[in-house]
Design a binder for this molecule. Structure first.
Ligand code: DX5
Ligand code: ZN
Length: 225
């Protein structure tokens, strides 16, 4: 396997496709499969058309594992909920640029709470919105579907954006990680990692696999890092 990306591959199954009636067991399934992060998709019914869960659910599953909680906030006015998610056990908080009027302020609020900070861009949002915050970020999440639902089709056009972002990060000398989210499985993990992503979300593909560890192993095998 060719190793071009200096950052470590991190696999982040999303509990959006889990069986919510046994969420604690599903988180254990992610841990036992050998994944790196638990990706937690928070939706408010306003920024995206779907509603999922809030801080109490994050707090409940926090008791079941020490894994890193990668909290993806698909909500309007995220600044009102940052502290609650940190108190509930978030380790990384990612907000959408499209949902933040004062993105720079919110990025710094997250940093002050002592957790890692990410900014996410929808497929149609250009990289330029990051120009004046990139230096402050631990991670950029490039959506490879329009957010709101699991099980959607991967948008291949985003690969160009991954490549451009990787180049910009490289040129600036930052160690910013690039996460991708939406429609990713063992068939296209090679493409997104080759383009420069190193944190890989998978929801429906992970939970559809009968052999979760086999799925994670195959993802690592097919990745370009
Ligand atoms: C989409 C969510 C994703 C989603 C990924 O709005 O942010 O995390 O759960 O699920 P799949 O892998 O099924 O596209
Ligand atoms: Zn997500």
């Amino acid at each position: 396997m060719k190793r071009e990306n200096e950052l470590k591959l991190k696999l982040a199954p999303s509990i959006l496709s889990a069986d919510f009636s046994r969420l604690g067991d599903e988180v254990k399934r992610i841990e036992n499969a050998g994944a790196d992060y638990v990706h937690i998709d928070v939706m408010d019914g306003h920024f995206v058309p779907n509603i999922t869960f809030g801080p109490p659910v994050v707090k409940a599953i926090r008791k079941t594992t020490d894994m890193i909680f990668d909290v993806h906030l698909m909500i309007k006015k995220p600044e009102q909920y940052l502290e609650a998610f940190v108190d509930a056990g978030a380790d990384i908080i990612t907000v959408h640029s499209e949902a933040c009027t004062h993105l720079h302020r919110i990025v710094h609020q997250i940093k002050e709470l002592g957790v890692k900070v990410g900014v996410s861009l929808n497929p149609a949002t250009p990289l330029e919105v990051l120009d004046y915050v990139l230096a402050d970020l631990d991670m950029v999440l490039l959506m490879t579907v329009n957010p709101g639902f699991g099980g959607q089709k991967y948008i291949k056009a985003v690969e160009k954006k991954i490549r451009l972002l990787k180049q910009a990060i490289h040129d600036s000398g930052y160690a910013t990680e690039i996460e991708v989210d939406g429609g990713i499985d063992t068939n296209n993990i090679g493409d997104v990692t080759k383009a420069g992503a190193n944190v890989i979300v998978s929801g429906s593909a992970f939970f559809a696999a009968e052999d979760s560890r086999g799925f994670i192993d195959k993802m690592r095998e097919n990745a370009y890092i």
